[in-house]
Design a protein around this ligand. Sequence first.
Ligand SMILES: C[S@@+](CC[C@H](N)C(=O)[O-])C[C@H]1O[C@@H](n2cnc3c(N)ncnc32)[C@H](O)[C@@H]1O
Length: 361
Amino acid sequence: MPDTALPRRPIDGFLAWCRPGFENDCAQELAARDAALATGGYARARRDSGYVEFILADEASATRYDRALRTDALIFARQWLRLHARVDRLPATDRLAVLMPAIRATGLTFADAWIESPDSTEGRELSGLCRALNTALIVAMKRERLIAADSRWRLHLGLLDPATALVAVADVAHSAPWPGGIPRLRFPRGAPSRSTLKLEEAFFVLLDAGERERWLRPGMSAVDLGAAPGGWTWQLARRSIHVTAVDNGPMDAGLLESGLVDHRREDGFRYQPARPVDWLVCDMVEQPRRVAARIGDWLAAGWCRHAVFNLKLPMKKRYDEVMLCRERVAEAAAGAGKRLDWRARQLYHDREEVTVYATLR
Ligand SMILES: C[S@@+](CC[C@H](N)C(=O)[O-])C[C@H]1O[C@@H](n2cnc3c(N)ncnc32)[C@H](O)[C@@H]1O
């Protein structure tokens, strides 16, 4: 860029924060949505950067894309934000002097403002700078009356390196309520494995507050396939839900003593419940298609009302594999004369895997 160019460049598009190493999957997913909507966009992604920029042709396309994302969330993005501008050549001494005009140019006021960096090695090194700048930013925005408690918007400044920022905006009601889209969950004392955080996060991210209250009630019943040592079972038992834990491996002794857990040393692909249960959860390390087919069997037979399951994705074409799994479960739903409600997400606590909530309507 020549020196005379403005450091601020307006953009119509999206910024997606994702797990480092999954930028291609995220870009492929954004492109697939774009193809379905005919919005004419393209992705900019760099491996291990922890983010993807998706650039659209104009504001109308971005608005159409934005609307579609409200009803069908992205799998590989922890947070997606409407991009307004890219600011290059931030001076080391007074970054806000350059950023404030770009913020004003959005024409919006904001309920809050977050300065975030990607969840990458370089990005994490910027977290101190983000915190220091964030405090000064809020002061400057208040001074210019750009902060308004009743605004529906939250400002996000994505600091990519000390001299480059992306100016982006989230609708508070339709975005992750955590910086970087990362829920900081504390490991619960007494839980038998770290996997417990996956199911806890899944309940937070894939269900809304009303659904959690209605669908996770004391006295309900569940089956946990591939349960040992019991992190997922623990999440259900702590909600006073009765669990049949299916696994040839040993379960945590404390869980078995709770009186809420029945351990069956059986094959999770063959096990059938004696009567229908409220929940099926499944964390078996197996081919994703095989897991999806079994979940389809359970839902179509009415053996469970709700299912949460993990799809392990050691392959290259991870987005395609998840779509194929969705197709498998949708076919089972159609066979039962029902429609599938499918919510898949790569959670913060997921590694090479995604977690799915599914039910039939
Ligand atoms: C990732 S671990 C599950 C961890 C568990 N969700 C937790 O929170 O502690 C996978 C488990 O699946 C079990 N598993 C794999 N194949 C299975 C099968 N066919 N039937 C039952 N369990 C199986 C393994 O024995 C292992 O304990």
